[in-house]
Design a protein around this ligand. Structure first.
Ligand code: AMP
Ligand code: MG
Length: 478
């Protein structure tokens, strides 16, 4: 099994991680290899699917060139600082440089205990592995920066999560696994030399332009602020709720990372929460921008000793968040109703549309998608229940649309038909976990890979859950 590893994190000081091999499992069996992603990474997908490849994906065999390690990090969990978290059930095998020239981590998740496991078993259950596979690949297909799923294998072992569950390992690919919490880990130890090394490493890997700025560390902070502001705007625009945006789940690269109790909102409401452990709505749909800024503030605090302008410079960098977020979010909302150009009054138009949807309890994804048809043909029926309210709004909208070229095409490329609806994800997981039937998982994955293309064969996948199918809560599954 040849993987063209080219490792760089392993050259950083050994206090940044713990070197150890993944822990072998009893009876590894391939669930799926992501062929296209493997090829993009310069890895032969057939070799990955072979018995030797499956042994690697399960952690039973360490391929040549790998330098397995668990990364150290800290983090604020629900606002409370934990000075040491780290990869408690993940193992970074190494990095590969893909065909696009981008360096990416290849990590096994669920690969056994590490020095950072605390009381955990180091393992992952099949359900959460399939969930991360589906949702991260759906996000990638939606065009949203995210970690990817390269493969999933079952382990032939059981894990205990309130009940016995089949175990599995996910192979995750990420631009890197450096988190806000990685900086916090070093800052909490007063390790300024380490902080500087980590920041220099992150600049070289993710923000190379910052290296030539007057203050590279400030330019780095600006870069992370910008990417995170864009990212959370993109989440809101597709109704994604991360569910557990602790600082250790906030990637410096600007990718979405750590799919736990995440969910897509159905009926539009800013206060929507699914996670069973988010009792106060800290990570509610509409609260996410505020929380991202909170996380970035923790990053900025860590960087103060490195910044030429100290605390003032950190504060200045954070003030840019609001305008960057607004530009991304409002621009995205305008495109969702077909507006590529910007005119005074546009944001009232999008804002009023959201208010109407909230009052109507309209399905966020389906209603925007139905509006695409309405942009083409004024005679189509109202996209939600309150037709009178819609008609009044649509008069203003149509008058404004007249100034746009091909707005329906803009809308169809912006408003997905297919998202990983919670009940579909749950059904695919249940079939796999209860009956070892992976057909629903495979079909859902296929549908989610082309989210913007109408496909009448899969119309049921575009519909919100029926009352009896509705998922009210999601779980961490750890
Ligand atoms: P997460 O909620 O997945 O972001 O994980 C938060 C922290 O708990 C990280 O340090 C994980 O490595 C650790 N963790 C989660 N699940 C397990 C597990 N089953 N065994 C050991 N550590 C775990
Ligand atoms: Mg995490």
């Amino acid at each position: 099994m040849h993987i063209p590893f080219e490792n760089s994190y392993a050259r950083l000081p050994d206090r940044f991680y713990a070197r150890l091999d993944p822990e072998p499992v009893a009876a590894p069996k391939l669930i799926r290899v992501n062929d296209a992603l493997a090829r993009d990474l310069g890895i032969d997908p057939d070799a990955l699917a072979s018995p030797d490849g499956v042994a690697v994906l399960a952690g039973n065999c360490v391929p040549s060139g790998a330098e397995p390690m668990a990364l150290a990090y800290a983090g604020h969990q629900f606002g409370h600082f934990v000075p040491q978290l780290g990869d408690g059930r993940a193992n970074l095998l190494g990095e590969v440089v893909g065909r696009d020239g981008i360096r990416r981590d290849i990590q096994l998740k669920g690969s056994g205990p590490t020095p950072f496991s605390r009381r955990g078993d180091g393992r992952a259950a099949l359900g959460p592995v399939l969930r991360e596979y589906l949702v991260s690949e759906a996000m990638a297909a939606l065009g949203i920066p995210t970690t990817r799923a390269l493969a999933a294998v079952s382990t032939g072992e059981s894990v205990w999560r309130e009940t016995m569950q089949p175990g599995a390992v996910l192979t995750r690919v990420a631009a890197s696994h450096i988190r806000v919490g990685t900086f916090q880990y070093l800052a909490a130890r007063g390790d300024e030399a380490g902080l500087r090394l980590l920041a220099e490493y992150a600049i070289a890997r993710h923000y190379p332009d910052a290296a030539s700025a007057a203050d590279p560390f400030r330019a780095f902070l600006d870069g992370v602020v910008g990417r995170q502001a864009d990212l959370v705007a993109r989440w809101l625009l597709v109704g994604f709720i991360h569910g557990v945006m602790n600082t250790d789940n906030c990637a410096i690269s600007g990718e979405t990372i750590d799919y736990g109790p995440c969910a897509f909102m159905e009926a539009y409401h800013p206060g929507t929460v699914f996670s069973s452990i988010d009792h106060h709505g800290r990570y509610a749909y509409g609260n996410q921008p505020r929380i991202v800024l909170w996380n970035l503030t923790r990053l900025a605090e860590c960087l103060i000793p490195l910044l030429a302008g100290g605390e003032e410079s950190a504060k200045e960098a954070l003030t840019a968040f609001a305008s960057r977020f607004e530009a991304s979010y409002l621009g995205g909302l305008r495109r969702k109703i077909g507006l590529l150009t910007e005119q005074p009054g546009d944001d009232d138009l999008t804002g009023d549309w959201l208010k109407l949807m909230a009052a109507d309890g309209a399905d966020f994804t389906l209603t925007f998608r139905r509006l695409c048809a309405a942009a083409e043909d004024a005679a189509v029926e109202a996209p939600f229940k309150d037709a009178a309210a819609y008609d009044a709004w649509a008069v203003r909208w149509r008058a404004r649309l007249a100034a746009e070229v091909a707005p329906a095409a803009t809308m169809r490329a912006t408003n997905p038909a297919f998202i990983p609806r919670n009940h579909l994800v749950e059904a695919a997981i249940a079939a796999a976990v209860e009956r070892a039937d992976y057909a629903p998982f495979e079909e859902l994955l296929r549908v989610l890979s082309r989210p913007y293309d109408d496909d009448p064969t899969f119309e049921r996948y575009t519909l919100p859950a029926r009352e009896e199918e509705r998922v009210l809560q999601t779980f961490c599954g750890t």
